[in-house]
Ligand binder design. Sequence first.
Ligand code: CMP
Length: 147
Amino acid sequence: ENERTLAIVKPDGISGNYTSSIRKVILESGFSIQREVTVQLNEDSVRSFYAEHSTKSFFPNLVKYMTSGPVLIMVLQKVSAIADWRALIGPTDARKAKITHPDSIRAMCGQDLERNCVHGSDSRESASREISFFFTDTFSEGTTLKH
Ligand code: CMP
């Protein structure tokens, strides 16, 4: 079944110049990129986007990291987009990914558990929330970015 998922190339992915390699992997894996926009997120946007992690000890660092530079936000579409994008990016901890999933995107461009260079929605519910967090109406002309 066709699905959409939200992908983010995080600040370390952008500053490390991994954007074109990541886009190549995305297209070669059969995803279509329905929307893509580069933005500088502010602290309030990051706090709200990652609200489910607000009580975690790593939250302040996550906010610093995600506001440290521009991010590339993409809406990806294909059959089983959510699970397939998660499989392609690999485990959250990029350091582990380099060992257990050496062909994954996080193995390619991530550094550790926090600085893992990309994000992917983890469920249908998250994908729907995350896509509408950034895009008012993702699939009509004149889309406006909310954050
Ligand atoms: P992401 O998949 O975007 O979702 C939450 C982010 O928080 C995660 O990637 C990492 O960037 C970061 N994160 C998750 N767990 C930890 C952790 N235990 N310590 C530090 N950062 C984390």
